[in-house]
Design a binder for this molecule. Structure first.
Ligand code: KIV
Length: 283
């Protein structure tokens, strides 16, 4: 656990900036619940993204689009309650419909996520007016570019972005524009490594994190249920499994079923016993 003089160590935006300067790779994880937040924090991650991916990986939808403000508030506050000793930054994802309608909506809804426990908010796309309005309201914005799952219909599904030289140039231009508009961190999703490396080399004013963008960025994000091997509906190329929790859970529940059916559970060790005298009276 990362502690400083007995005190809990809290990651801030300045921590991410300092890590960038020191070339220390940052680690982010998308997760949503109190127990997962505690585990992820104890493992030493720098930021938790309470992402709208929860609609897909936790709530059984087939995309991130059904995520609502109420869901995000619920899971951001649950995440915050899991953070006690070692406290990563909490990045609250703005769900579809919470910032697209107007700058006013963006500010009102970002304030709700901050009140639920987020330190920064994340929104998809080159939404310069929204980013500036949030920056003016004193809210730090992580701009999510590259593959933007909320716009998957427009970009042709979950597809790698910036594959041609023209697309790569446009992407870099968008990154410069969101930074000028006030974004404090950029998150890139599903971009060829060479393009991410080129952008990272030439755009240096804010930390640049990646998911599915290769190693040459300031830090990496993975989704908890991907990295522990729990989400098994599909697997993106970049979603490396560092564990197999899905199989472990299935085995544990299977063993429980077998034990009950085979009458080996519960046994005396896992049952309460009545005082013998009381039992005699009862009988
Ligand atoms: O919703 C999320 O967790 C995200 C990341 C996967 C980029 O936006």
């Amino acid at each position: 656990m990362r502690r400083h003089g007995g005190e809990a160590l809290k990651t801030t935006l300045d921590t991410l900036r300092a890590m960038k300067v020191a070339k220390k790779p940052g680690v982010w994880v998308s997760c949503y619940t109190t127990p997962d937040a505690a585990i992820v924090a104890a493992a030493g991650v720098d930021a938790i993204v309470v992402g709208d991916s929860l609609a897909l990986t936790l709530l059984g939808h087939d995309s991130t689009l059904p995520a609502t403000m109420e869901m995000m508030e619920l899971f951001i506050s649950a995440t915050r309650r899991g953070l006690t000793a070692n406290i990563p930054l909490v990045i609250g994802d703005m769900p579809l419909g919470s910032y697209q309608p107007s700058e006013r909506d963006a500010v009102i809804n970002a304030c709700r996520l901050i009140q639920a426990g987020a330190d920064l908010v994340k929104l998809e796309g080159c939404m310069l007016g929204r980013i500036t309005a949030l920056a003016e309201a004193g809210i730090g914005v992580v701009a999510h570019l590259g593959l933007q799952p909320q716009m998957k219909a427009l970009v042709g599904g979950w597809k790698v972005q910036g594959k041609t030289a023209d697309e790569a140039r446009r992407l870099r231009q968008d990154i410069v524009r969101v930074i000028l508009a006030g974004a404090v961190v950029v998150l890139l999703e599903a971009v060829p490594s060479e393009v991410a490396a080129w952008i990272s080399r030439t755009v240096v004013s804010v930390p640049l994190y990646g998911i599915g963008c290769g190693p040459h960025v300031d830090g990496q994000l993975l989704v908890m249920s991907d990295l522990i091997g729990e989400f098994r509906q599909f697997k993106s190329r970049f979603a490396k499994r560092f564990g197999n929790v899905g199989e472990a859970k299935e085995k544990a529940v299977g063993d429980f079923v077998a034990a009950v059916r085979g009458s080996t559970f519960p046994d005396t060790e896992t049952s309460y016993a009545m005082d013998k005298e009381e039992l005699a009276k009862l009988e």
